[in-house]
Design a protein around this ligand. Sequence first.
Ligand SMILES: [Zn+2]
Ligand SMILES: [Zn+2]
Length: 430
Amino acid sequence: MFEKIDAKNPLYIATYEKYKKIFEEFQNFAEKLTEQAGRATKKSGKANSYARYLIRLAIFVHRQNPNFILQATAEALAEIEKLQDSPNFIKYNKQEKHFPSATIRCFHAFVTEREKMLPPVMPYSNDVEPLFVHENDPTYNAQQTKGNHENMLFEKIDSKHPLYIQTYEQNKAIYDDFEKFADSLTEQAGRATKKSGKASSYARYLMRLTIFSQRQNPNFILAPTFEALKQIEQLRELPQFKDYNKQEKSFPSGAIRCFRAFVTEKAMAVEDLIDTELNVTYLTSKELPNIKEEQLIKAPTKRHEKEPSNYGQAYRRSQNESFAAKERSNYTCEMSDAHFTFLTEHHKKPYVEAHHLIPMAAQDYFEYTIDFAHNIAVLCPTCHRKIHYAQAHEKKDMIQHLFASRKAGYPQYGIEITEELLLSFYKILD
Ligand SMILES: [Zn+2]
Ligand SMILES: [Zn+2]
């Protein structure tokens, strides 16, 4: 049903003639929308394409319902939207670089404006934006086959490539934010001279990785979330990635690590506030919690859902696990026995704090919970602040020390972790 129909096809021409008026109105409308979205340079190409896809969609609806008439009404819109329920639509949409779905959204806005006289706003969608590929562009078909061809997934894309420019335009905010973050990391690593060069390279590779991820999954959206991170990381499992990474001097894998640190940092501040709250609760409670041995986690356990906390949605921590860790350490800082603090008023035990070595901020990265005693480092308050806020090289020594004694135990809980992965959660990339 969804075959390719070019603008010289007699069926296309006949349908166009029939709906010339609405075609033109819709095209003007689409032009306003794309102009509004600040894509003035390419706007008419895109608006044009939307109008042409509207004609094609009308042809397809006609086939299902010969009584269909294309007009700016909710009924006509509903009929067109129904096309999306067909399993072949996804394939067609992908093959046509998401113009069909974008056209439907644009038509939705068009009808809404007509019916309610509202200002034109493109309805929100998780769908990706269509690519700026003009149908008359002779490279159009060539590019399509390229995209579908596995071997061409990781092709070289320079920053003047239209696809790169478009991806950059769509993700400008996150690009800038990420570049600033990368800048602060490379600065911290004491490479002031090279910092901006490296940081902006990471940001540019993030755009390229976004393009590749979208090829793999047209619904991919770049966001500072572990969900997006994990999709990008999946690229590394493809056999061609290794060659690509090598050829690009390891910038792609560096950009991934840096993006991982970026995503973790966004979650880190909240996690630290929750930790602090828990430590203070422990300090002021008169009773020592009772360890329920039978409730301690001993095997891979699915992570819990996030719950509302004083600081927004967050993973709940088990008092039981954190207390068990303190008991196991005999209330001594794991960095040194000499880090004595004070005996607490109620418990008459040295005051120590619990810190999740794989930070709770990274829980989204793991399918199984990381809130178990084995993952909890017991630290004096100074060491605890240090592991959160010291300079990279000082943090690195601590993390390596704490990880060495724990490494072998993680698989028991279904957690796969390497030192490199762990360090990246702490913004230490090399
Ligand atoms: Zn902590
Ligand atoms: Zn200490």
